[in-house]
Design a protein around this ligand. Structure first.
Ligand code: KG4
Ligand code: ZN
Length: 336
């Protein structure tokens, strides 16, 4: 029998619903982004995000079903992000998922948001040659993990302070570039010199798989303040290119440390920052030299979306992972 999983995502500033057929085929992936709403605040305002999710959740579900060309009665399961994320935002998706699951009598499958990001990769290719080294880089997370199999994803390192996407957003704000910062910094950096300014890459030791980006962020902010105090003009393209390069170096160092230590030759990338094509080119250059290949989703599947949640839910459901109606939202949670 064919399976049709509805994937719901509402952990941050995207309300999204998708229908996934047999765990592979994306029949629809409707994403309602709140970026325009949060732009004027320079970042996501949790209370505003919850209200917007509430306005949009039923609309995206209806659209996802219509685009998929199926009736809700044909759904065989509901996957929903229940952690980590903004608590009010998560609760909107969870409540909608519970209502649908109860009224249709189909499984409610809780999905860890980071697992969702990783599983976005399964929608575009077959990934069954485990284990993989995974780097998840988004606005809220920077984690390095060993993806052992569908049951187990083992986190071996994470950021001790800011997430990679978060520093892109904060540096962009300091440069007066608006929100979200990643895409605009990447664009600006294309015209800049990545060696113009020397920004530090945190040294956490050869044994550690953790990351730290707050020192880099402070260093960029100090540089901007010093230039302003001296009355000197800032070349924003050079700052963007030099800052971005420092982030890439930090990621590169830990990825290749993991590759050597765990003897894994395929690296799976996931999360919003993976939309950065300059970073992909940078990492692939090193990968080519060392016989390491990178796997990553297309840009729509990199940033938050329901399809990645539906994909992860499909495999969890196969393993028998289901929740009852006491399912709750959690703001933070390490991936299991
Ligand atoms: O995965 P995502 O959509 O949401 C979270 O789960 O956080 O990631 C959003 C993050 C934002 O911080 C955004 O600035 C960053 O991904 N991002 C990028 C690029 N596109 C989005 N960062 C660097 N370069 C990009 N091209
Ligand atoms: Zn995300």
């Amino acid at each position: 029998m064919d399976t049709y999983i509805l994937g719901l995502e509402s952990s941050c500033d995207e309300t999204s619903a998708a229908v996934i057929k047999n765990g592979k085929e994306v029949l629809s992936n409707i994403i309602s982004s709140q970026i325009e709403v949060h732009k004027k605040f320079g970042g996501v305002v949790p209370e505003v995000a919850s209200r917007k999710h509430l306005e949009n959740i039923l609309i995206v579900v209806d659209e996802a079903l219509a685009k998929a060309g199926i009736k809700k009665e044909q759904l065989t399961g509901i996957g929903v992000t229940n952690r980590p994320g903004l608590i009010g935002a998560l609760l909107v998706g969870i409540t909608g998922a519970k209502a649908l699951s109860y009224s249709l009598g189909i499984p409610l499958i809780p999905v860890h948001h980071l697992r969702g990001h990783i599983y976005a990769n399964t929608l575009e290719r077959s990934l069954d040659d485990f284990p993989y080294l995974c780097l998840i880089i988004s606005g809220g997370h920077t984690s390095l993990a060993i993806w052992h199999n569908h049951e187990s994803i083992e986190v071996i390192g994470q950021t001790l302070d800011d997430a990679a996407g978060e520093v892109f957003d904060k540096v962009a704000r300091a440069l007066g570039l608006g929100y979200p910062g990643g895409p605009v910094i990447e664009m600006l950096a294309l015209e800049g010199n990545s060696e113009a300014i020397s920004f530090p890459v945190a040294q956490l030791g050869k044994e550690s798989f953790d990351f730290s980006f707050s020192g880099l962020k402070s260093s960029v902010l100090n540089y901007l303040n010093q230039q302003a105090m001296k009355g000197l003009k800032v070349n924003k393209s050079d700052v963007a290119a030099s800052f971005q390069r420092a982030v890439f170096k930090a990621l590169e160092e830990k990825i290749f440390l993991g590759v050597i230590q765990y003897g894994i030759k395929t690296v799976v990338l996931a999360g919003g920052v993976v939309a950065n094509e300059t970073m992909i080119a940078y990492l692939e250059r090193r990968g080519q030299k060392e016989g390491v290949s990178f796997v990553y989703p297309g840009s729509i599947l990199c940033t938050d979306n329901g399809a990645m949640i539906g994909a992860a839910a499909y495999y969890l459901n196969e393993l028998g992972v289901q929740a009852d109606y006491t399912l709750n939202a959690f703001p933070t949670a390490i991936i299991e």
